[in-house]
Design a protein around this ligand. Structure first.
Ligand SMILES: *[C@@H]1O[C@H](CO)[C@@H](O)[C@H](O)[C@H]1NC(C)=O
Ligand SMILES: *[C@@H]1O[C@H](CO)[C@@H](O)[C@H](O)[C@H]1NC(C)=O
Ligand SMILES: [Cu+2]
Length: 239
């Protein structure tokens, strides 16, 4: 008992000691957007949104600590959760994402999307979990960090937006689970507020491109996506 407590304390002591980890710069994350001139308060630790995840205290979706009272600083309604839309994309678009890894602890990056966001209302991880985004050019939905532990890298990734989601306000989430601290689950998370428009090419009348029909139908047959969305043909529109 004593030994395991010492072990846990050592692990906990280890995490805050290292500084600077990562910030999603493109699209600009809530924590990093101030550097690009968006009207949000400066964020002195914008690359240090770190959290130790346990079953009892799961990490919140946007990089806050589990014990932080709501509104948490990086959730909608919090200090940096202004809901300002930083990028507007189109349905099914390949989008460029760039993460500035300032001090790598290894592991993979994953990206998830939560559509249909209510103003000033934090979104839940369960919403992100429904839309894991594909990485262009690979089967896996995760991309490995390759820099040695403790060093930096700029990770550029091309993601494919879903063919069946438009929204006036979606949240894009980045997650990295540090390899170095496993089996502890130490994670870095950032969120960015984006919009996704439909296009003429993929209008309602046309339906989705044939090659993507199976996944669109798959979504279509799932029930309960929360209230308030409008569904037309094969597409789900989030307003
Ligand atoms: C990455 O972040 C560091 C630390 O904030 C900064 O000095 C550097 O300019 C950033 N690199 C890029 C390419 O944005
Ligand atoms: C980082 O450290 C972990 C744990 O010590 C090790 O398993 C991993 O191979 C290291 N990764 C790199 C890229 O050095
Ligand atoms: Cu660290």
């Amino acid at each position: 008992m004593f030994l395991s407590c010492v072990f846990v304390s050592l692990l906990l002591a280890l995490v805050p000691q290292a500084h600077s980890h990562m910030v999603m710069e493109e699209p600009p994350s809530r924590n990093g957007m101030w550097r690009l001139g968006f009207n949000v308060p400066p964020h002195p630790q914008d690359d240090y949104l770190v959290c130790t995840h346990t079953r009892k205290a799961p990490c919140p979706p946007c990089g806050d600590k589990p014990d932080t009272p709501r509104p948490r600083p990086h959730e909608l309604g919090g200090t940096w959760g202004t809901g300002t839309i930083v990028r507007t994309y189109t349905l099914g678009q390949r989008i460029q994402v760039r993460v500035n890894v300032t001090n790598s602890h290894g592991g993979k990056l994953r990206f998830n999307l939560c559509p249909h966001v209510e103003p000033n209302t934090p979104v839940e991880q369960s919403c992100f979990d429904k839309h894991a985004l594909k990485i262009v050019g690979q089967r896996s939905k995760a991309v490995q960090l390759t820099a040695p532990n403790g060093s930096s890298e700029i990770k550029s990734v091309e993601l494919r937006l879903p063919y069946d989601v438009t929204c006036n306000h979606c949240v894009l989430q980045m997650t990295n689970i540090a390899q170095e601290f496993k089996p502890s689950t130490v994670m870095f998370r950032n969120c960015a507020d984006i919009a996704i428009q439909g296009t003429a090419k993929t209008s309602l009348a046309g339906g989705p491109p044939l090659e993507h029909l199976p996944s669109a139908l798959d979504l279509h047959t799932r029930s309960g996506f929360g209230s308030g969305y409008e569904e037309q043909k094969q597409y789900r529109f989030y307003n």
